[in-house]
Design a protein around this ligand. Structure first.
Ligand code: SAM
Length: 254
C-alpha cells in the first residue's frame, strides 16, 4: 500500500506566516520528519509521531520519509521557510531520482511557503521590487569559485541579491569575501539589509551601506539582501527607513 508524502515549509518562524494549506497537511499527516526546531513550530497531537534529525542529514531524512510513505503512512517532511528554497523538496526529489521504482508511485505534494527573503524584504519595504536572485553562500554542496562567479555575474547584471546561509561557525569567512568582491562591482552606497530571525521574537533588521556593511550583523539565521544600483533608502520621521527597488529602469517603455 502506498501512502502520501507532503513536503511543507513552516515559513520563517512567525506562526501566522504558515499557510492554511500547510496547516491542513499538518492535520492530515501521521508521521513528521525534520530538524527539531522546525518540528517544534508545529502544534502536533499526541497521536502524531516525530522523527527528529540533524539539519545536515537531509538525504537520510528524505529516504526515511519515503520509506515510511511507501508502507502506507501519511508523511510530512518539514522545512523552515519554503520547502523548495535551499531545503527538503530538492532532497526528496534527489532521493526519488536515485531510489527504488516504488518511490515514484508515492503521492507526493510539495506545498509552497513564505521564504526568508520575502519575510525580510517585507520588513523594510520592497527591496525585491525589481529583478533579483537568490544565492546560497554555503560552499558545503558547491565549490566557492562557482559562488564567486555567480555573485560577480549577478552584480554585473544589476540583480538585487538575496544571500542565504551567509555565515556559520564552520563557514566564518565567506560573507566577508562576498562583500569584498561586491565592493569592487557596486556603488559604495548600495543598501545592504541584514534580516536576522525575521518574524521571530528575536528578529533584528539592520540596514547599512555596502561600504560599511559589517559581517558581525549576520549569523546563520540571517538573510542578507544586497541592493542593486537602483535600490534606494527613504528616510521617514519617527519611523524606520524604507528600502525599495523601483519597478522601472530608465529606457523602459513607460
Ligand atoms: C537552509 S536555508 C533554508 C531556507 C528556507 N527553506 C527558506 O525558504 O527560508 C537556511 C537559511 O535561510 C535563511 N533564513 C531562514 N529563516 C530565516 C529567518 N526567519 N530570517 C532570516 N533568514 C532566515 C538564513 O539565511 C539561513 O541561513
Amino acid at each position: 500500500m502506498t501512502g502520501k508524502l507532503f513536503v511543507i515549509g513552516t515559513g520563517p518562524g512567525n506562526p501566522e506566516q504558515m499557510t492554511p494549506q500547510t496547516r491542513a497537511a499538518v492535520r492530515e499527516a501521521t508521521d513528521f520528519y525534520g530538524y527539531g526546531p522546525y518540528l517544534d513550530r508545529l502544534d502536533l497531537r499526541s497521536d502524531q509521531r516525530k522523527q527528529v534529525s540533524d539539519n545536515r542529514e537531509e538525504l537520510d531524512r528524505a529516504s526515511a520519509a519515503l520509506r515510511a510513505a511507501a508502507t502506507g503512512a501519511t508523511v510530512c517532511v518539514v522545512s523552515g521557510g519554503d520547502p523548495g528554497v535551499f531545503a527538503m523538496a530538492a532532497a526528496i526529489c534527489e532521493a526519488v531520482d536515485d531510489g527504488p521504482d516504488e518511490w515514484r508511485t508515492i503521492d507526493l505534494t510539495v506545498l509552497p511557503g513564505i521564504t526568508a527573503m520575502l519575510a525580510v524584504a517585507a520588513r523594510v519595504g520592497a527591496p525585491l521590487g525589481h529583478d533579483f536572485c537568490a544565492i546560497s553562500l554555503s560552499d558545503n554542496l558547491k565549490p566557492w569559485n562557482i559562488i564567486e562567479n555567480r555573485l560577480e555575474l549577478a552584480a554585473r547584471a544589476g540583480f538585487v541579491i538575496a544571500l542565504y546561509n551567509p555565515i556559520s561557525k564552520a563557514r566564518p569567512w565567506q560573507l566577508g569575501k562576498a562583500f569584498e568582491l561586491l565592493r569592487t562591482l557596486l556603488p559604495a552606497t548600495t543598501p545592504v539589509i541584514f534580516g536576522r530571525a525575521a518574524g521571530r521574537h528575536d528578529e533584528k533588521i539592520t540596514v547599512q551601506r555596502l561600504a560599511d556593511a559589517n559581517v558581525a550583523n549576520a549569523d546563520m539565521a540571517t538573510c542578507v539582501i544586497i541592493g542593486s544600483p537602483e535600490t534606494k533608502i527613504v528616510a521617514r520621521d519617527g519611523r524606520p527607513d524604507l528600502v525599495y527597488t523601483p519597478r522601472f529602469i530608465a529606457g523602459g517603455k513607460n
